[in-house]
Design a protein around this ligand. Structure first.
Ligand code: SF4
Ligand code: SF4
Ligand SMILES: [Zn+2]
Length: 127
């Protein structure tokens, strides 16, 4: 269970499969999160999300959003949704989107089958 549900970058941590991290804003984060420049940058600017930054999208964030990872491609539409509807509505939508329609368990970006056996619409890991 993730206690920190999202990153300021627009990633929904609730659908991240990393087991050694409870979410970008939680008390248990992995080394990648500890050193993430976006996380530190948004915190320094007291911003909940990068879409509220005057420099959004800064070049390094734009590069990150367009690298080989499909979950990074969700950041720009996520931040656009947050800008239009707010973080709370977005989190509610994400929780629904990333849960099993059969049993309601949370699911991950690259998870092909739920623990209940239901097939899931998962993204493909990059080659
Ligand atoms: S990329 Fe950085 S800001 Fe985004 S969820 Fe990961 S650690 Fe947090
Ligand atoms: S400069 Fe703005 S858009 Fe870029 S990481 Fe920092 S807060 Fe986010
Ligand atoms: Zn299920």
């Amino acid at each position: 269970m993730k206690t920190g549900q999202f990153g300021p970058c627009g990633l929904y941590c609730g659908a991240c499969g990393a087991e050694d991290c409870h979410g970008c804003r939680s008390g248990l984060i992995d080394d990648h999160v500890k050193t993430c420049e976006f996380r530190h940058c948004a915190k320094d600017k007291s911003l909940e999300a990068c879409c509220f930054c005057a420099d959004y999208p800064c070049p390094r964030l734009a590069d990150f959003m367009n690298d080989k990872w499909p979950h990074h491609w969700s950041m720009s539409p996520n931040l656009q949704f947050i800008q239009e509807h707010g973080i709370q509505v977005w989190l509610e939508r994400q929780a629904l989107e990333w849960s099993c329609t059969a049993c309601g368990a949370p699911t991950h970006w690259y998870q092909k089958n739920c623990t209940c056996g239901e097939g899931l619409r998962a993204w493909e890991l990059p080659a």
